[in-house]
Write a protein of this length. Structure first.
Lengths: 102, 102
DNA sequence: AATGTATATGAACATATGCTCATATACATT
DNA sequence: AATGTATATGAGCATATGTTCATATACATT
């Protein structure tokens, strides 16, 4: 039996992929990103909609910010978040569609 | 400012999405699934290619099996694994392409 | 039957993760 | 300046995760 040729992933590609999937591998972050995929949201609004503590939401937003998946603008005391990675939103929506179409 | 209408995700959709993303949120599993996306592989082959212990690989395969992302056939003492969720492979490849095209 | 081979599995352990609680920060209002 | 408001941040904690080590399992070979 002949050995087939393979493509190998570079370590960097593997790590980067894992980082993206890790970002999406949590119910809270999925809900946040799904909300932001529909409209700009303040932290307070997200907190209300998800029915979570302000701190928990803010920590997750910080994480998404570090990964450059979201960005924000400030208006007085209010911080408005939007998504910042179109491709990740696309992937999220694809997975959601896949599940809902079952 | 008028409130916009939103779509909400059902708890089940959120949980299912998180489960899929969690499955992909680990370098070892990404490498295994990428290998399997190219060809059927025995456990021993995966172990060699990834340069990991047999046990570590087997544990991860068990996890992927539980999630119905891979299946296997037996031939004597050798277990040959293949992927079992086309859609998850598609998602994986999309993320990989996205990263490599940067 | 005894030994060898390939893989699975359970326990243990170190690290990562996601939350809470308390507090800091920065701007707004009085 | 003092107080209020919205958000960020650090410490601590419980749980989840990924690996190793030892061993079990199931089939093959002698």
């Amino acid at each position: 039996m002949e050995k087939q040729e393979h493509t190998f992933l570079s370590p960097n590609t593997v790590e980067e992929s894992a980082r993206i999937f890790k970002a999406l591998a949590d119910p809270t972050r999925i809900k946040i990103l799904y909300l932001l995929s529909q409209e700009e949201c303040s932290v307070g609004h997200i907190t209300e909609v998800l029915n979570m503590t302000q701190s928990a939401v803010s920590h997750q937003l910080g994480l998404l910010r570090n990964l450059r998946l979201v960005k924000y603008r400030r208006d007085g005391n209010t911080f408005y978040y939007t998504y910042d990675d179109e491709h990740v939103i696309t992937i999220l929506n694809q997975v959601i569609s896949h599940i809902e179409c079952k």
